[in-house]
Design a protein around this ligand. Structure first.
Ligand code: C5P
Length: 232
């Protein structure tokens, strides 16, 4: 499995996204399109970025009844994205339906990964509001195992959780990890962060990096620094 840096293109318009991507004249970074951009611009933004030669992680975090998720995944699969995701909380049945919907007639499909518990959910809130009577780490590992049982390729998690997920689900089970910052950079609103080099050491397969690249004075240099620390 190839390690790669995925740039979170958290822009609110197609124009801002293209202005950013135009800076990359030598490489074609793997990009993440999230809800904000997708809801603003619709499927055309996916087609346009694909046409420019980028791989795409479409981060829409589906969570609904199995039939609805299956049909929605079939639509996303036809958009030819390379990776997409859902909430493991939708249960194994929902995740199996998602895999079915995503699988094309020729048997190929985009990578499918699950969100376990959002990194914005604290253990306290999970226990008090969601009434999940377990530790957050046990919940994450259990949800990751559910995702594996349903045939998914991996999970989105904090780099700090990647080690325990790999230990429980095997090293082939992918971990895609946001919450990455340079050692000398701004943390912003992220809490549990690591550097690209540390994420590599822990065993992340893909790091998702937003502001350290998109808000850098020189985004191309920041991207190259991530690649140098994480991939090379
Ligand atoms: O700018 P920054 O590097 O913090 O961006 C991280 C990206 O990863 C954002 O698009 C954010 O929504 C996403 N993400 C995250 N934590 C999660 C899941 C997704 O930061 N648990």
């Amino acid at each position: 499995m190839g390690k790669d840096v995925i740039i979170a293109c958290d822009f609110s318009s197609a124009q801002a996204t293209f202005d950013f991507l135009d800076k990359f004249t030598e490489e074609k970074p793997f990009v993440k399109i999230g809800m904000e951009l997708y809801y603003a611009e619709g499927p055309s933004i996916v087609k346009e970025i694909k046409k420019r030669g980028h791989k795409i992680f479409l981060d829409l975090k589906l969570h609904d009844i199995p039939n609805t998720v299956k049909k929605s995944m079939a639509v996303l699969s036809r958009l030819d994205v390379d990776m997409t995701n859902l909430h493991a909380a939708g249960t194994i049945d929902m995740m199996k339906a998602a895999v079915e919907g995503l699988t094309r007639e020729d048997g190929t499909r985009p990578l499918l990964i699950a969100v376990t518990q959002l990194t914005s959910t604290s253990e306290e809130r999970m226990q008090n509001e969601l009434l999940i009577n377990a530790s957050i780490n046990d919940t994450i590992v259990k949800y990751a195992n559910n995702a594996k049982a349903a045939g998914l390729d991996g999970v989105v998690c904090s780099p700090l959780e990647a080690g325990m997920v790999k230990e429980s689900c095997g090293k082939e089970f992918m971990t895609v990890t946001p919450g990455v910052r340079f050692a000398d950079g701004d943390i912003g609103d992220q809490v549990r962060v690591t550097t690209p080099a540390k994420a590599k050491e822990i065993g992340s397969d893909y790091i998702v990096v937003g502001r350290p690249i998109t808000a850098a004075d020189d985004p191309v240099a920041a991207y190259r620094r991530c690649v140098a620390e994480f991939v090379d």
